[in-house]
Design a protein around this ligand. Structure first.
Ligand SMILES: [Zn+2]
Length: 289
């Protein structure tokens, strides 16, 4: 059911207007019954510059959404890599949950359902071990409604910092003339629900939409999308007056001025370092590509 396709362009849906999105958000992240708990190792050493964790969804053998010979996992990785490199140039610390084409399932989990489960459990462990200042999980969407289109920035209800991060990414996408919406997830999305850090899941667009499927595989559009997300993340981590200009977006409680002041105060810096670096997030098992 193409619920999202009925949404007007470029707007944030408030809690009152939230709509269940379970049928359109890729099913990989909709596991609602997981109860497994992980024992997490100590977080990585805290340093001055904010750390951004970029999580490209899926990875072989899990392709995510598939359209002809186009796999969601590959689009996610390309846009995530562009995003991570841009963030690193901006001066942030950046790590990616994966820089190669693999998922996080345990090798012995051959059954598809269990692979999904352990992928998410292990992926979450890496994200939580990184203990980032912002977490961006990158996916592509799919709907049975072929007219559904647009990027969607999802955050967990109750995660106010995640809401602020989502707002900034939404604003940046809007300013880049990329059709987008942002709203609290009404579904139980595993990573969003369990990540305490400011976390969003960005659905880049609908692979089920002819036009958008073409855009998502266009390297120029991928760079444009990554750049817009990067500006949104940067605005969240380094609020500037020019980026805080109000745009015609409905306000809700998460986007209050005291949050803005708290972020400015907590970060306590205005000039990022000259260079950052992208690396694989050192998870509890020190997995590397
Ligand atoms: Zn996905």
């Amino acid at each position: 059911m193409g619920l999202l396709g009925a949404f007007p362009n470029n707007r944030i849906l408030t809690g009152k207007n939230r709509v269940r999105t379970g049928l359109t958000v890729c099913t990989c992240v909709l596991l609602s019954v997981l109860r497994t708990q992980m024992a997490f190792a100590a977080p990585v050493e805290n340093t001055k510059e904010p750390l951004v964790v970029v999580d490209p969804g899926h990875g072989t053998p899990d392709p995510g959404a598939v359209r002809a010979n186009v796999y969601e996992k590959d689009i996610n990785l390309k846009v995530s890599t562009e995003l991570a490199e841009l963030l690193a140039k901006r001066g942030f610390q950046v790590c990616m949950t994966r820089m190669g084409d693999h998922d996080f399932a345990d090798p012995q989990d051959e059954k598809r359902g269990r692979r999904h489960r352990t992928d998410l459990v292990n992926r979450l462990a890496v994200i939580q071990h990184a203990d980032g200042d912002a977490v961006i999980s990158v996916h592509c969407n799919w709907s049975r409604n072929p007219s559904a289109e647009g990027a969607i920035v999802l955050f967990q209800p109750g995660n106010d910092e995640g809401a602020r991060l989502a707002e900034q990414i939404y604003r940046s996408l809007h300013q880049a003339n990329i059709k987008a919406s942002a709203f609290p997830s009404a579904s139980s999305i595993y990573l969003l629900k369990r990540t305490k850090e400011p976390c969003v899941l960005v659905e880049l667009g609908f692979m089920s939409n002819n036009k958008e499927a073409g855009l998502l595989t266009d390297p120029l559009y991928q760079k444009r999308m990554a750049s817009a997300i990067e500006r949104g993340v940067s605005s969240y981590l380094e609020p500037h007056p020019s980026n805080s200009e109000p745009t015609p977006i409905p306000k809700y409680r998460a986007f209050t001025e005291w949050v803005m002041e708290r972020v400015r105060s907590a970060l306590g810096h205005s000039q990022p370092a000259k260079h950052g670096g992208v690396h694989v997030c050192p998870g509890p098992d020190d997995r590397t590509d």
